[in-house]
Ligand binder design. Sequence first.
Ligand SMILES: *[C@@H]1O[C@H](CO)[C@@H](O)[C@H](O)[C@H]1NC(C)=O
Ligand SMILES: *[C@@H]1O[C@H](CO)[C@@H](O)[C@H](O)[C@H]1NC(C)=O
Ligand SMILES: *[C@@H]1O[C@H](CO)[C@@H](O)[C@H](O)[C@H]1NC(C)=O
Ligand SMILES: [Fe+2]
Length: 652
Amino acid sequence: MAEYKLSVTTGGMRHAGTLDNIFIILFGTEGQSERTRLDNSGIDFKSGTTRTYSLKCSFSLGKLLLLKVEKDSFLHLLDDRWYCCKVEVMTPEGEEIAFPCFRWISSGEEVELRGGKDGQLVIKSCPATFTSQIYRSSQLRCSSLSSDQMKYIIQKEKCEEFTRDLLRLLGVVCFVSIMFIFRNTELMFKGLAGSCKEWKSIEDLEKAFKSRKTSMSEYVSKHWKEDDFFGYQFLNGTNPNAIKRCSKLPPNFPVTEEMVKPCLPNGFTLKEEMEKGNIFLCDQRIMEGIPTRVKDGNPLHMTAGLCLFYMNPEGKLRPLAIQLNQKASAENPIFLPTDPEKDWLLAKLFFKSADLLECEVVHHLLITHFLSEVFAVATLRCFPTIHPLHKLLIPHFRFTLHINVMGREALLGPDGALCASSFGLEGLMELMGRGLSETTYSALCLPENITARGLDSIPNFYYRDDALKLWDVIESFVRSVVKNHYPSDNDVFKDTELQEWIDEIFTQGFLENKQSGVPASFHTVEEVVKFVTMVIFTVSVQHAAVNNGQFDFHSWTPNGSLQLQKPPPTSKGQSRMNTFLQALPNVGDSVKFVPLGAFPEERFSEPHLKQMIKEFQAELSYISEEISLRNSKLQVPYAYLNPKQIENSVAV
Ligand SMILES: *[C@@H]1O[C@H](CO)[C@@H](O)[C@H](O)[C@H]1NC(C)=O
Ligand SMILES: *[C@@H]1O[C@H](CO)[C@@H](O)[C@H](O)[C@H]1NC(C)=O
Ligand SMILES: *[C@@H]1O[C@H](CO)[C@@H](O)[C@H](O)[C@H]1NC(C)=O
Ligand SMILES: [Fe+2]
């Protein structure tokens, strides 16, 4: 007679417990146990408890590989879901094998869990007969994803459908902005909804804006006309992704020395400043030729401009020249700060609107929300719960699928927020497709990205300063965890689940685009470290950078216009404040946080791994203090990348 001692832990959240019957079958190399009901006296599965059970077999099962949990409904009336954290088994041979679960189980559901000793890398070692079961269980896994807070369960069909669509057709499927369901939605819409008159005066705008402000958004409303502040936003605002050093003017942007002379200090020339590395460029080429939407019979407008910036000796970034379309021509003038005020303001407005749309669609939705979803789904499909990379990554996908599904459902329709932009759905899909095909692995790795854009030494670039520090601490944490599990390159090579994971990301997420430089397989430990660092960085830090400032910057409509009603100016001196206001969207149209580094579920039980997590958290809190200290000395603080304000996952 062989006795297996099981300890079964139920989650501590509300409604985690169940009255239903739970059955267990153990599978080992020598055979399987009988289907055994877990039944002690009293309530067996109360939330936040661990209870022990005995499971007897007539022979030893050999090396334990798999544990099957079945849940039978007790009352047959309601689905009394159970959140099972883990089952630990003590074998007759005295070995302790863990079967982490960390998921909700519904009535009638069967869940198969892979087991292993804590701290050991579990290379897939099951006999062939088990692999199909494992595959099935990993398919199922995403169908029952749910959350304790939201009570939102993704239905199996929906899940299948959206993952298929999303993964195969990322960039071609419909998508929407979640921009309008972020935390301040109410604030943003208050008083504006339903109204569709044109703005009469800037004061009108200010009035509507009054009730909804943060100190930063207030600052924005006061300073939005200033050139300094315009430049500032390309470094310290919500889209620090687009600007790069310019060492040679693009041939389609014929800015002359005469044009910029008044804006450079006496005796300075554009050519010399370019050589010194003080000239920067933002090129919206990706927006060129995208069809716009027709509204009430009139086409809306969007431009694909070029803006040249100068980093002046006081460390301020100033716009020098703006051209609103790609092809240089007489109808496409180069606007200058020395032009009549309204002309220059209008040029900045159009440029900024295109920047905002690009940022929301490409940098926010595509690169953080949707890539995050690709990483999440691949992780759920390819790694069993016991895999160290599953334990490491899963907290970084909390609510990501939920927010994306919700966003798609709520905002995709004809009234969807981004669909109401100048581009409409069709244009957005085109932009997204272009964005995806231009996204490279190197662009996603921050240190390489900064260097490639020539921004290593530009002063007062807080996004870079903060994000690089965070990249480094994430990388060293990831390195310690990954090396702990893969001592050598050979271990990486042998881990078929890891190879499937990266292959799935390459094929389904990047559509096998070799030019993207995204790996299709891993050969070395360092390759794994880098990729996993990029994943965590993208879903936490990068998302915070593009997400957290949305309300600050864009609740002030002139800076947040996604829908431009008037064509861009084709000549100078014609614009009045009136034209400016008419170009804005109509009145009606405009209108428990988990921080980076938290591991609330204690999936890692090994003491040295817990220690690594502690060190990571200590590093983050050190960076947080540094940033707070710096910000306390700044007139306009840059707080989006303070680790305390960075969410662990894309959840908003
Ligand atoms: C970035 O923000 C800081 C703080 O407000 C400011 O001092 C700095 O000049 C800004 N950088 C640019 C280029 O505007
Ligand atoms: C807002 O838009 C105006 C007009 O283009 C621009 O001058 C200003 O710098 C922008 N400010 C912000 C905060 O976006
Ligand atoms: C830098 O990152 C942004 C955002 O991910 C991306 O759009 C851009 O193309 C990257 N640039 C380079 C040069 O890698
Ligand atoms: Fe977001």
